[in-house]
Design a protein around this ligand. Structure first.
Ligand SMILES: O=C(O)c1cc(=O)[nH]c(=O)n1[C@@H]1O[C@H](COP(=O)(O)O)[C@@H](O)[C@H]1O
Length: 267
């Protein structure tokens, strides 16, 4: 169930690598090598690479993951959302340039903004539904108008229904739901019993891993619980020496993985 998010911040790199954007690949590759047998996915966040003019290092990293962990799918976290013609280009970026297995998308612009990605058979499209940040409630928790003046669904519930129903033509859709909102994870699971859920927000954002698993995991409904900073920087500060950051990341990933596994209902 554990996904390690790759959000490289050079200012947090260990030892001599600190502040050096040319070490983004080296840092992320070391994390991948140290955790690849513990994870069900890796999730590089594109902004951390683009902001440092390090897209070439992201390409190398994607190739590295395919080489050393071909069984581990890679989710490109890009949260794209645009008109169809532009979405075609974003889809090429994700699936042709970076060869990602899945990409995160904002559903805010509607079905035609998602359709260009659906042409890429076998790729996963993960729609933001109930995001982990406090401001996610500003729009996602708004109630829509129902039929005959009755109150309708909350916006995130509507997104979950669409993704589990009419929109999921090729069976490619999944949903993002934050671990910081376990009750909403449970509600989304109710509305979308079999869709994979990408659940960020454990670790640095304080989400409750156990409550998340209880709310979201079903034998027929997989969850991918993602943690970035709490794993990446477990050993780059404090008493852990710089040379040991990858070992500390492995330890943090192991602990998170065990916590998730123990929370899974048995039988
Ligand atoms: O799509 C995401 O991955 C995402 C959705 C969401 O609702 N909240 C969220 O934090 N994320 C991403 O998940 C990662 C969380 O990082 P940590 O808080 O360090 O584990 C970041 O890369 C965020 O961009």
């Amino acid at each position: 169930m554990l996904c390690v998010g790759l959000d490289p911040e050079p200012s947090k790199f260990p030892g001599a690598w600190q502040g050096d954007p040319s070490r983004i690949f080296d840092f992320c590759a070391a994390i991948v090598d140290a955790t690849k047998d513990l994870v069900c996915a890796f999730k590089p966040q594109i902004a951390y690479f683009a902001a440092q003019r390090a897209e070439d290092q992201l390409e190398r990293l994607m190739a590295h993951i395919r080489a050393v962990a071909p069984q581990v799918p890679v989710i490109l976290d890009a949260k794209r959302g645009d008109i169809g013609a532009t979405a075609e280009q974003y889809a090429r970026e994700a699936f042709e340039r970076y060869r990602a297995d899945a990409v995160t998308l904002s559903p805010f612009m509607g079905l035609d903004s998602i359709e260009p990605y659906m042409k890429w058979a076998g790729k996963g499209l993960i729609l933001l539904c109930r995001t982990s940040n406090p401001g996610g409630s500003d729009l996602q928790a708004q109630r829509l108008a129902g039929a005959d003046g009755q109150p309708g669904s909350l916006l995130y519930e509507h997104i979950a229904r669409l993704a589990a129903g009419d929109w999921n033509r090729g069976g490619q859709l999944a949903l993002v739901v934050g671990a910081t909102f376990p009750a909403e994870v449970a509600r989304v699971r109710e509305l979308a019993p079999t869709l994979p859920l990408l659940i960020p927000g454990i670790g640095a954002q304080g989400g409750d891993a156990e409550a998340t698993v209880r709310a979201g995991w079903r034998p027929e409904g997989p969850i991918v619980v993602s943690s970035s900073r709490a794993v990446l920087y477990a050993g780059t500060q404090g008493e852990q020496g710089p040379a040991r950051f990858a070992g500390a990341a492995r330890h943090a990933a192991l602990t998170a993985r065990e916590q998730l596994q123990q929370a899974r209902p048995r039988g």
